[in-house]
Write a protein that binds this ligand. Structure first.
Ligand code: NAD
Ligand code: MG
Length: 396
């Protein structure tokens, strides 16, 4: 076991929002290897009370939050012997992130629900390890400005953004010319629209290189994930739209690339494993030793690259359009996408309907050029109901 610090008072206090998910469970694995460095304060889940209780007994945080209020009594009963506070409901997330013992908040929950707790954490001066890309998609400008105002660092967990961050480390004074976000292309790379007509959720849930939560897996199959990441990159690294490009790299070994003004390109590579970017976001600027499997060049004699097909995967185009429009466009697109992805998983709409509806909703939702928090909330809600109407029409 590797340990860097033994002084209890200097341990890093952590809150993990969404501890029962794909990122959350991997984060718990990562931090459990460094008990002298991390001090787990808070874990939260929306519905999975059994796993939350199991995690609480094993990792002994000071506090847990279960989003689903109907599970509160059960969680409280199961944890009554432990010295662990139990809260329920969505408002609790925004409170627990502000606790004095919390230094870093890992936002590993999915979707728009990440926005408010992230805002509260920043206002309380907490460092953010950001997995919840939707927060930056919905309200990137507001989050960036708030982080500046409160002098809060936002460290990326998303593998592409972690790659860029790793390439930039030691280079922060050097302007970026361009970044290339790599995309695996998902399970339907090279498919035609005709072939995509009958895609079922089970097929779309099989990602070739990564094992992730359902929402991001569908987003990867539609290329919406890459679109969301383009917008995420803009706000994380303060880029102009034309500085961001996407390249399909089916092997997912190069996680992204930065090009500097002298033409030099730096890429970060390794086997696809989220534990590394999770760990780096939590230990930056240090690198802790790991036993993660190592990449071998001879296992991958060919690393290949191709253009994404923006005519088949309309979501990627929609995200670039949202980037160009600015204001609340990406907020509307994200809200529509959360509704359509869930509706596709519920067998209510087809795979191609996802992007069709997303585009229509983005076009039709009221647009605010200079939104405040309330405007984002309003646009999110309007876009959701528009999307639901389209889903009902398609379903009936
Ligand atoms: P997941 O579905 O596996 O887990 C989501 C977690 O959030 C669960 O703990 C769940 O209980 C909680 N949650 C769900 N809805 C909630 C709500 N409304 N309010 C509060 N909590 C809620 O998702 P994931 O794959 O771990 O992804 C989490 C975030 O990280 C997403 O924003 C995703 O885009 C991003 N991300 C994930 C990966 C990955 O490999 N899984 C990679 C990069 C980025
Ligand atoms: Mg990613």
């Amino acid at each position: 076991m590797f340990s860097t610090q033994t002084d209890k008072s200097s341990k890093k206090g952590l809150a993990i929002l969404g501890s029962t998910g794909s990122i959350g469970t991997q984060a718990l694995e990562v931090i459990s290897r460094y008990p002298d460095y991390f001090d787990l304060q808070v874990i939260t889940a929306q519905k999975n009370a059994s796993l939350l209780v199991e995690q609480a007994k094993k990792y002994k945080p000071n506090c847990v939050v279960i989003g689903d209020e109907s599970a509160y009594e059960r969680v409280r009963e199961e944890l009554w012997k432990e010295d662990i506070q139990v809260y329920a409901g969505i408002d609790a997330l925004s409170q627990v992130v502000t606790y004095q013992e919390v230094d870093t908040v890992l936002t590993a929950l999915v979707g728009y629900a990440g926005l408010r707790p992230t805002i509260e954490a920043i206002k309380a001066g907490k460092t953010i390890a950001l997995a919840n890309k939707e927060t930056l998609v919905v309200a990137g400008e507001l989050i960036r400005d708030l982080a500046r105002e409160h002098q809060v660092e936002i460290y990326p967990v998303d593998s592409e953004h972690s790659a860029i961050f790793q390439c930039l480390t030691g280079e922060f004074q050097n302007p970026i010319e361009k970044i290339y976000l790599t995309a695996s292309g998902g399970p339907f790379r090279g498919w035609t629209r005709k072939q995509l007509e009958d895609v079922r959720p089970e097929q779309a849930l099989k990602h070739p290189n990564w094992s992730m939560g359902a929402k991001i897996t569908i987003d990867s199959a539609t290329l919406m994930n890459k679109g969301l990441e383009v917008i995420e990159a803009k706000w994380l690294f303060d880029l102009k739209n034309e500085q961001i490009d996407v390249i399909v790299h089916p092997q997912s070994i190069i996680h992204s690339i930065v090009q500097f003004e002298d033409g030099s390109m730096k890429a970060q590579m390794g086997l696809p494993d989220m534990k590394l970017p999770i760990q780096y976001a939590l230990t930056y600027p240090d690198r802790f030793p790991t036993n993660f499997p190592r990449f071998s060049f001879l296992d991958y004699p060919e690393l290949t690259f191709e253009q994404p097909d923006r005519e088949v995967f309309l979501n990627l185009d929609a995200a670039f359009e949202a980037l160009k429009l600015g204001g609340t466009a990406a907020c509307a697109l994200n809200a529509a996408n959360e509704v359509t992805v869930q509706s596709f998983l519920d067998h209510k709409i087809s795979f191609l309907d996802i992007a069709e509806i997303n585009c229509r909703v983005m076009e039709q939702t009221n647009f605010v050029q200079k939104p405040d928090y309330e405007a984002y909330v309003q646009v999110d809600s309007e876009a959701r109901s528009l999307a639901k109407n389209y889903v009902e029409k398609a379903f009936s």
